[in-house]
Design a protein around this ligand. Structure first.
Ligand code: ADE
Length: 232
C-alpha cells in the first residue's frame, strides 16, 4: 500500500481525480491511499492567512513559511518522500514516475501565489517540474505526478502489456520508442481496413510489424527520442 498526501490550499480541486478513473481504481484495489493537508488549517493567524507581501518589494504574494512547514510535518511520516512541485524543479518523466512509485509515502506539496518562503526549501527531498510553463499553482502538476506514479504501483499494470513491453523494450519510461498504432473492431470502418498482419494470429509477425510501426511513428513524431542515449 502506497500513500500519496497532497499538501494544498485547494483540496477541492482533487475531488474528481481521486473519485474517478485510475486513482479511484487504485484506491478500490487497496493499492493506494490518498490524503489531504491544508496549510490554511495550520495558520497561526486568526483569519487563517497563508500569504504575505515579499520582503524587498515586488509584485504578488508569497506563502508564509509556518503554515506550510506545519502542514508538511503533519503529513510526512517516516520513510516519506517530500516533493515540491515548481517550474524550477527537475523535469518530470516516466523514469521519475517509476522511482516514486516505489516509495511508501509520497507527499506532494503544491505552492501558490508567486512562490513560497525560501526557508522551507530544506523540507523537500526534491523539486519537480512537469514542463517549461508556469501554472497558477502546483495542484495540476501534483495530479499529473500522482496519475503517472499510480500507473506504476505494484498490482496496477496489466500483465499482458508488461510481458509484451519486456520483450521489445517498449515499456513506458525505459522505451526508446513511442507506442505502436492500435486497432480494434470493426475490421473495416468507413472504408479503412485494419492491417492484415494484426488479424493473422502470427505473434512473431505482429511483434515485428509493431516494432517497425513504432520506429516509424517515433521518427515522424519525436525524432529527438531516437537521438537520446539508451541507458539500459
Ligand atoms: N507549479 C507551477 N508551474 C509548475 C510546473 N510547470 N510544474 C510543476 N509545478 C508547477
Amino acid at each position: 500500500m502506497t500513500k500519496i498526501d497532497f499538501v494544498t490550499l485547494f483540496p477541492g480541486m482533487f475531488a474528481s481525480v481521486v473519485a474517478e478513473g485510475l486513482l479511484a481504481r487504485a484506491r478500490g484495489k487497496g493499492l493506494l491511499e490518498t490524503g489531504f493537508v491544508n496549510p490554511r488549517d495550520f495558520s497561526p493567524d486568526k483569519r487563517r492567512k497563508v500569504d504575505e507581501r515579499p520582503y524587498g518589494g515586488g509584485a504578488g504574494m508569497v506563502m508564509t513559511p509556518e503554515p506550510l512547514y506545519a502542514a508538511i510535518k503533519s503529513a510526512a511520516k517516516r520513510g516519506s518522500r517530500v516533493v515540491y512541485l515548481s517550474p524550477q524543479g527537475r523535469p518530470f518523466n516516466e523514469k521519475v514516475a517509476r522511482r516514486l512509485a516505489k516509495v511508501r509515502q509520497l507527499v506532494l506539496v503544491c505552492g501558490h501565489y508567486e512562490g513560497i518562503d525560501e526557508r522551507v526549501m530544506g523540507l523537500f527531498n526534491e523539486e519537480i517540474s512537469i514542463g517549461d510553463y508556469v501554472l497558477s499553482g502546483g495542484e495540476l502538476a501534483a495530479m499529473v505526478v500522482a496519475d503517472a506514479v499510480t500507473r506504476w504501483l505494484p498490482g496496477m499494470l496489466k500483465k499482458e502489456g508488461a510481458v509484451e513491453a519486456e520483450s521489445f523494450s517498449l515499456t513506458a519510461g525505459q522505451r526508446p520508442l513511442l507506442e505502436y498504432p492500435q486497432y480494434t473492431r470493426p475490421k473495416l470502418w468507413r472504408s479503412k481496413k485494419v492491417p492484415e498482419v494484426l488479424l493473422s494470429g502470427n505473434h512473431g509477425k505482429v511483434a515485428e510489424w509493431r516494432l517497425r510501426a513504432a520506429t516509424l511513428s517515433t521518427k515522424r513524431k519525436r525524432p529527438d527520442l531516437l537521438k537520446t542515449v539508451r541507458s539500459h
